[in-house]
Design a protein around this ligand. Structure first.
Ligand code: ATP
Length: 318
């Protein structure tokens, strides 16, 4: 046990957004989740989470999307901190959690999961628990399906409900442009719409749907660091459902392709649209074209892969 005088008073961790280069949705499981196969990539849009010893538990949010984040027990960062405390049977000092929110909320980029992953890492250090990586990944999966990947970062195949990870070796850096919508989409409602559309198309199909797996086209493109091949291989089984709920996204997808994107996809459950480009200059050009065209609420760019949740402030001692 680390003496409390040796523990930090405050810790800051940064965690990245993700996109799904491929998202295959299998059948509905008995627990209500779908069997998934996804190829995650962590991209350089970050939330920063600072935890500080405090007389009481609280969450405050700053940054671009602060107004959209719940500040009570629903907040995923707070939930993650409490799961860590109860699982480790620690009697933790309460923490104040400050989230600097730069990842779109309900945008299909796992922003809440990033905050949860960051809170796990930060509270582990603040409380001196010294959980190992496997313990943190297991706790992360209890908090949410995308939280393990927010911890791990890089590129990984996710299976199960997305929480079982296998790292992917990839070459080079990929340059993305994102069109962010001012209004989010709820992940459960997009999965429900996917089920509804599938049931309409073929009432018997779900029971026979094979467990999905990653395509060789995506894996080969990543291994060879080939953005043209990856652009062609991008695939998302939730895209039709997201477009059904938000038809205006089709105009954004079409505009990006017309302006020269190598590939275009709804990010996860949407509504963020991700465009792949061939270089930083190409990404900048695409941003300018999309912004000037008026089809996009907000345009931003980031590269990937990047590291998962990591410390950015040297912890200060009591
Ligand atoms: P995913 O891609 O993992 O499906 P998402 O990016 O679409 O998720 P999030 O930004 O993670 O969506 O938010 C989903 C919901 O979680 C929001 O509607 C929000 O109310 C709630 N939420 C709870 N805590 C947070 C948090 N710290 N940041 C953002 N949203 C949070």
């Amino acid at each position: 046990m680390i003496p409390s005088s040796a523990l930090p008073r405050t810790v800051t961790v940064r965690a990245p957004a993700k996109i799904n280069c491929e998202l295959r949705v299998g059948g509905l499981r008995r627990d209500g989740y779908h069997e998934l196969s996804t190829v995650f990539m962590a991209v350089g849009l970050y939330d920063e989470v600072t935890v500080t010893r405090s007389p009481s538990w609280e969450v405050t949010t700053t940054g671009r999307y602060a107004a959209l984040v719940p500040d009570g027990a629903d907040n995923l960062a707070l939930r993650a901190a409490r799961v860590l405390a109860s699982t480790m049977k620690a009697e933790p000092i309460p923490v104040s959690i400050r989230i600097d929110k730069e990842i779109p909320v309900a945008g299909g980029m796992a922003g809440g999961s990033a905050d949860a992953a960051a809170a796990l890492l930060a509270c582990d250090a603040l409380w001196g628990l010294r959980c190992d990586r496997e313990q943190l990944l297991e706790l992360a999966a209890d908090v949410g399906s995308d939280v393990p990947f927010s911890l791990a970062g890089g590129i990984a195949v996710g299976s199960g409900r997305g929480e079982r990870l296998a790292p992917v070796l990839a070459k080079g850096t990929f340059h993305w442009v994102f069109v962010v919508s001012s209004e989010g989409l709820s992940t459960p409602s997009v999965f429900a719409e996917c089920d509804r559309l599938r049931a309409d198309a073929d009432a018997d199909a779900d029971a026979d749907r094979p467990a999905p797996g990653p395509s060789s086209a995506v894996m080969t493109a990543l291994r060879s660091g080939d953005p043209e091949a990856l652009g062609k291989a991008l695939a998302n089984d939730l895209q039709t459902a997201a477009l059904s709920l938000r038809p205006a996204l089709r105009t954004v997808l079409d505009a990006g392709v017309e302006f020269g994107a190598l590939g275009a996809i709804v990010s996860g459950s949407g509504p963020t649209i991700a465009f792949l480009t061939g270089s930083p200059e190409h990404a900048l050009d695409l941003c300018v074209s999309l912004a000037a065209s008026g089809v996009a609420d907000e345009v931003t760019r980031a590269k990937g892969p990047v590291h998962g949740a990591h410390f950015i402030a040297v912890p200060s001692r009591v």
